[in-house]
Design a protein around this ligand. Structure first.
Ligand code: KIV
Ligand code: ZN
Length: 511
C-alpha cells in the first residue's frame, strides 16, 4: 500500500495574492466546486481577517463544499484566528492554518520579535486555533531561510500545542531541490514528536524550482503539497498543482505515494481559473498549455501514430483534454441547456441566473452555429460577472472602423440604472470604445493589460477579452466574451470598472 499524498490547493488564497487575481465570492465558490469535483483534499479558501469580503468568501465556500476540507488562513493573532474559526464553522471538515515568520531577517526586521517571543506566539496561536477545530496547520513563514535548529525548536513546541500539519514554506523561492529535500528529512529525523504531524511543503517559484523543490520534499517524507492551479500565485507563483500531481502519477516507479485526485478534471480547472483571473496559460505550459500534447514535427507524429508511447508519457485524456464537442445548437431548449450545464458541473445560483444565461445562449446560437462546452463556460462566467456587480452595464455599442478613417465609437452604458451615452475617437475600434466608456465612467484608471483569446477555433469563435485596470494601489481584472471582440472588450472594461467600483479593500496576510 502506498502512502497518500494530500493535495492542498491554495489558488483561492495564495493564488489570489497575485496582483489583479482577486476573486469575488461567487468566483471563489465556482472554483471551489471544481476543486471538489477534482477531489482536492484541502481547499484554502482565503484569509478571513483580510476583509469582510474575504471572510464572506471563506464562509460561503465552507457552507458549499462537502467533500474537501475547507481551510482559512490566519496570522498568529487571536483575532485572526477567531475570524478564521468563525468563517469555517459551517464546513463539513474545516481547518485553520496559522503562521508566523521564523527566519532571522523576518523576525528582526518585519516582526521585531525575539526568537523566544516567536515560539511563544506560535504556541499560543495553535492553542487558540484548537478551540475551533482539531485540524490545525502551522507554518513557519520563510522556513526556507530559517535556521534548522530554530525550526526544530518551534515545530516541536507547536506539535505539543496541538498542530496536526506542519507546513514548511519556501516563501521567497530561494531553495534548491536537494537542499530543500534534506531540510525536510532533517526536520522529520530530529524533531522528537515529528511522527505526530504530517509534513507539508509550500514552495514559491522565484527560481522556477517550486515543483522540483516540492517533489524533492515528497521524496524525503512530505505527505502534503500546497499548490495552485496553473501555478498562480505571488510574484512568479506557487508550485503548480497539475505538474505535481502528474509527476507523481506518471513516475509511480519513483514515488512511494500517490494522490487520489481525479486528474481528468485538471484541464477544466485550469480553464476556469484562467478565465476568472485573466491570467492566461502560456501555450507551452506543461500539462495544461494548448501545445502540451501537440506533436508538430513529422518524426514525432509518425512515432505517435505507430505507437503512442514513443513520444507521449501521459495520455491527454487523462488530464481532461478532449476533442471539442458540439453540445448544443440553435434549436436546443431550456432543459437541454440546463442539463448540459449540470453535466459540466456549472451550478447557477438562481432561476433568474439560469434564465439570463439561457437568453444569452440563444443570442450566441444565432451568431455561432456550433456551441462547445468552452462557450458555455465563458457564457456563464460572463453572466455571473454581470449579475454580481451591476453598477455599470453595457446597453449598446456602435463602432465605425474603415480604412483611412479614424475609428469612432458610440456607447450607451447604464450607470446604476440610468442610461448615459458618449462618443469618442480612438487609435482603433477598441481604443475608441474604451475612451467612450471612460467619458461616462471617468475612472481615470490605468490600463495595464489587454489580451484577447479565442475560446474555440474558427472565425465565428467567441473572443474572451481580459483587461487589467489599476487605480489608487488596487489592481483588478475584468473579463468579457462575445463573438464580436470589440463588444467583448467593452464588456471586460466595464467588468473591471465594476470591480474597482465595489471598493473591496483587503489586507495582505504577510505584510
Ligand atoms: O509563502 C508563504 O510563506 C505563505 C504562508 C502563509 C504559508 O503563503
Ligand atoms: Zn505562499
Amino acid at each position: 500500500m502506498k502512502d497518500k499524498l494530500i493535495i492542498f490547493d491554495t489558488t483561492l488564497r495564495d493564488g489570489e495574492q497575485s496582483p489583479g487575481a482577486s476573486m469575488t465570492k461567487e468566483e471563489k465558490v465556482r472554483i471551489a466546486r471544481q476543486l471538489e469535483r477534482m477531489r482536492v483534499d484541502v481547499i484554502e479558501a482565503g484569509f478571513p481577517a483580510a476583509s469582510n469580503g474575504d471572510f464572506e468568501s471563506v464562509k460561503a465556500v465552507a457552507g458549499t463544499i462537502r467533500d474537501s476540507t475547507v481551510c482559512g488562513l490566519a496570522r498568529a493573532l487571536e483575532n485572526d484566528i477567531a475570524r478564521a474559526g468563525e468563517a469555517i464553522r459551517g464546513a463539513n471538515s474545516g481547518r485553520i492554518h496559522t503562521f508566523i515568520a521564523t527566519s532571522p531577517i523576518h523576525m528582526e526586521k518585519k516582526l521585531r520579535m525575539s526568537p523566544d517571543q516567536v515560539v511563544e506566539q506560535a504556541v499560543k496561536a495553535v492553542k487558540w486555533a484548537r478551540q475551533y477545530t482539531d485540524n490545525v496547520e502551522f507554518s513557519p513563514e520563510d522556513a526556507g531561510r530559517s535556521e534548522t535548529d530554530f525550526l526544530c525548536r518551534i515545530l516541536e513546541a507547536v506539535i505539543d500545542a496541538g498542530a496536526t500539519t506542519l507546513n514548511i514554506p519556501d516563501t521567497v523561492g530561494y531553495n534548491l531541490p536537494h537542499v530543500f529535500g534534506d531540510l525536510i528529512r532533517t526536520l522529520r529525523e530530529r524533531i522528537p514528536n515529528s511522527g505526530k504531524a504530517i509534513f507539508s511543503v509550500h514552495c514559491h517559484n522565484d527560481l522556477g524550482l517550486a515543483v522540483a523543490n516540492s517533489l524533492s520534499a515528497v521524496l524525503n517524507g512530505a505527505r502534503q503539497v500546497e499548490c495552485t492551479i496553473n501555478g498562480l500565485g505571488e510574484r512568479a507563483g506557487n508550485a503548480s498543482l497539475e505538474e505535481i500531481v502528474m509527476a507523481v502519477r506518471t513516475r509511480q516507479d519513483i514515488f512511494p505515494c500517490d494522490t487520489t485526485l481525479d486528474t481528468t478534471q485538471i484541464v477544466s480547472a485550469s480553464r476556469l481559473v484562467a478565465s476568472v483571473t485573466g491570467f492566461v496559460v502560456q501555450p507551452n505550459k506543461a500539462i495544461v498549455g494548448a501545445n502540451a500534447f501537440a506533436h508538430e514535427s513529422g518524426i514525432h507524429q509518425d512515432g505517435v501514430l505507430k505507437h503512442r508511447e514513443t513520444y507521449e508519457i501521459m495520455r491527454a485524456e487523462d488530464v481532461g483534454w478532449t476533442a471539442n464537442k458540439m453540445v448544443l445548437g440553435k434549436h436546443s431548449g431550456r432543459n437541454a441547456f440546463r442539463s448540459r450545464l449540470q453535466e459540466l458541473g456549472i451550478v447557477l445560483d438562481s432561476e433568474e441566473a439560469l434564465n439570463a444565461a439561457f437568453v444569452r445562449f440563444k443570442d450566441l446560437a444565432d451568431k455561432k452555429h456550433e456551441i462547445f462546452d468552452e462557450d458555455l463556460h465563458a457564457l456563464v462566467s460572463d453572466e455571473s460577472s454581470v449579475l454580481e456587480h451591476e453598477h455599470f452595464k453595457l446597453v449598446s455599442l456602435k463602432v465605425c472602423s474603415e480604412t483611412g478613417e479614424i475609428p469612432h465609437a458610440t456607447v450607451v452604458v447604464s450607470e446604476n440604472g440610468v442610461e448615459r451615452q458618449a462618443e469618442a475617437d480612438g487609435g482603433g475600434p477598441v481604443d475608441a470604445a474604451f475612451k467612450a466608456i471612460e467619458a461616462i465612467a471617468g475612472s481615470g484608471a490605468e490600463l495595464q493589460l489587454y489580451s484577447v483569446n479565442n475560446i474555440t477555433s474558427g472565425t465565428d469563435a467567441q473572443g474572451e477579452v481580459t483587461v487589467r485596470l489599476a487605480k489608487g494601489g488596487r489592481i483588478v481584472n475584468g473579463q468579457g466574451a462575445d463573438t464580436d471582440i470589440v463588444i467583448a472588450s467593452a464588456k471586460s472594461y466595464l467588468h473591471a470598472l465594476n470591480k474597482l467600483h465595489s471598493k473591496l479593500e483587503r489586507a495582505h496576510p504577510q505584510v
